[in-house]
Design a protein around this ligand. Structure first.
Ligand code: UTP
Length: 289
């Protein structure tokens, strides 16, 4: 059985739901408290045992590359001012994992973005973590939960959670059979179905383990919903060739590419921070009056 060593973080989307901030700033760089969204995701991948990460980048996304690069001037200034803990933190960011970049020339959809990493991945199963989906879990990171499920079933595993019925039209939805605690066998998939046509409330939420057979399928996948090459459409074809499972992961998931999702993440992450919590609660209480 092949180990999951590589991950793709697609971050080349246009972020139209978060304009005007995303006109010149990648949405993956929006800070949740003081840390860019994509850094939480890289940390999750590294803690889950991923060795090599490829970020799918595009026009206007240079800030992501700079963020994970070494910053000689900044390190120099922090050292001169004896700001040692800040220095260690900054150095830690560039040492988190081996990070590589592939450019998606045009935002043609998530399926197309994944296909851009074909050469980097080669012939092994890999992980996908969406660049604007953060999952908070104090215990086992979300991706590690999926990797453990992959180790049991040895085939593709989709990260899912149950969403409210009114929200199914925002996600890829799984038609599955519940086979054991937290695990579904996937029978069908549909991208953003209308509420009344949805096969279930089980939604794919930004984490995947996928076998390399997907690349051949993506080459033949035509643009689907929204005129984009949809990963969900390609995964649906993959079910004809091999078994696929979905794992209902533990953790709180935030869509930080959505304004409300971003606000929820900001408030909840701030409340988890010892250095901010008390002052922030005091401030929030003044708003209730
Ligand atoms: P989204 O659908 O959330 O991204 O894709 P988007 O298209 O940027 O968002 P809106 O709807 O316009 O606001 C999920 C992830 O896939 C990446 C995005 O960067 C995001 O991290 N993506 C999407 C790509 O890398 N390339 C694409 O062509 C589309």
């Amino acid at each position: 059985m092949k180990r999951i060593r590589k991950a793709i973080i697609p971050a080349a989307g246009l972020g139209t739901r978060f304009l005007p901030a995303t006109k010149a700033t990648p949405k993956e760089m929006l800070p949740v408290v003081d840390t860019p969204a994509i850094q939480y995701i890289v940390e999750e991948a590294a803690k889950s045992g991923i060795e090599d990460i490829v970020i799918i980048s595009g026009r206007g996304k240079r800030a992501i590359e700079d963020h994970f690069d070494k910053s000689y001037e900044l390190e120099d200034v922090l050292l001169k001012h004896n700001k040692i803990s800040e220095l260690e933190e900054i150095k830690g960011i560039s040492n988190m994992a081996n990070i590589y970049y592939v450019r998606q020339k045009e935002a043609r959809g998530l399926g197309h973005a994944i296909h851009c990493a074909k050469t980097f991945i080669g012939n092994e199963p890999f992980a996908v973590l969406l660049g604007d989906d953060i999952v908070y879990n104090e215990g086992k990171p979300c991706l590690k939960q999926l990797i453990d499920c992959y180790d049991e079933y040895n085939t593709s595993v989709l990260g899912v959670q149950t969403v409210e019925a009114k929200d199914v039209n925002k996600y890829g939805i799984v038609n599955g059979i519940h086979i054991e605690d937290r695990v579904y066998k996937v029978k069908g998939l549909v991208e953003k179905p209308p509420v009344e046509e949805s096969p279930s409330n089980v939604a794919i939420l930004g984490r995947y383990i996928i076998t390399p057979q997907i690349f051949k399928i993506l080459e033949e996948t035509k643009p689907g919903k929204g005129g984009e090459i949809q990963l969900t459409d390609a995964l649906l074809k993959l079910i004809d060739e091999e078994a696929m499972y979905a794992y209902d992961f533990e953790g709180t998931r935030y869509d930080v590419g959505d304004k409300l999702g971003f606000l929820k993440a900001t408030v909840e992450y701030a409340l988890r921070r010892e250095d901010l919590r008390d002052g922030f609660i005091e401030y929030l209480n003044t708003l209730k009056k």
